[in-house]
Design a protein around this ligand. Sequence first.
Ligand code: SF4
Length: 453
Amino acid sequence: MMENESSQKPDATRPEPATSRLEMAETEVGSVFVSNYPPYSQWSEQDVAAFEKALHTAPQADAPPLGMYLHIPFCRKRCRFCYFRVYTDKNADEVQTYCDALAREVDAYAALPVVQGRPLRFVYFGGGTPSYIAAKHLAELVRRIQAAFSWDQVEEVTFECEPGTLTRPKLENIQALGITRLSLGVEHFNDHILQLNGRAHVSTEIERVLPWIHEIGFEQFNLDLIAGMIGETWETWRDTVEKAIDAAPDSVTIYQLELPFNTRVSKEFLEGTLDVPLADWAQKREWHQYAIERLSEAGYVVSSAYTMVRGDCTFRYRDSLWRGADMMGTGVSSFGHVGGVHAQNTANWSEYLDAVAAGRLPVTRALSTTSHDRLIREFILQMKTGSIDAAYFDEKFGVDVLKHFAAPLADLAGRGMLTVRGDGIDLTRAGLLQADGLLPAFYDAEHQNARYT
Ligand code: SF4
């Protein structure tokens, strides 16, 4: 699935540079997506002890909101462009074993000093494909999570779905479990494009589930699209955008296809065996821009570089993380952040199951952040909303970001990517369409050329 624009990029194997790809025009393998700071390559086993210490420290009175991410690493089929940690070969027993381990990991978190007295504010089931799990196993998993952490004060529970895994009774069960935000990984409506890109679902499955979603009535319905999938043309993209509008979601998340090194498409492209042309970044930005324009005409407004929303639609998971929330990252390869320390679970299936079974933390790398790291992290992530409120950073970190980042801001303003006003920053449309490519300019010098993962 794709909607998780905030923090989870669960495959730790991508050798990517953190340097800016601003104005990158040619088709090129590599990824520009930024989901955290400092770069993952700077995290290490050494800091796992600092994470353990943070978990065993009682929370401060002004502790940030607390959330939970649960990684469900199963898919029916691996997409050609996928770079997530997913499995397509696990049988029902293995899925059940994994769900048991996940519930045990959640139980272990519930006993830690750092979460005592702190209500859970948001929950995110990401993947992979959470809707791959059978309804009865899902109900049991949610029951065990709720036994460990009350959902009384939870403001949002997101659940990612793949259209072909849904039936009407399953959707009704999902809603009855307390899911408030249903995120449907459509990506495209054209069967030829879906098939070329190795998606598991077909358009009739999308069309079948849309009425059910509306009839059952989730608080929020998000639909994901990707601009520039293999085989994309103006005709197919225009048609997909129209069908997305007809589907009447509360929010539409639009990505530009990324090509990290570990995807099938990237390998074929580098080997010269890819049988279809790939859109370059300039073309993908044009398609993204077109979607923003059409969705704006249809009553949606920009909520971030990736998300268009209508009505009073909010995205608490994203907004909480981009403002420094703590999040327990559970499941194989998940990322989390608690008490100022970033951490990632092992990306190895057996290691994960063994650690949880033995009552050990499955974390394999971590990074203890400084206040300055956290300032940069929140600044770059909030840049992805398209604007920065300088007063927020002054109040929280005691830093005037307009002065602190004066040099990169002046450079990017000169390139037409943003404007600096008296009390904040606004990205231009050109800046918004390549927001992630702008962000490394704000990194500390030591991280400017570090690998990203
Ligand atoms: S649906 Fe495709 S892109 Fe999403 S996690 Fe599964 S294999 Fe990867």
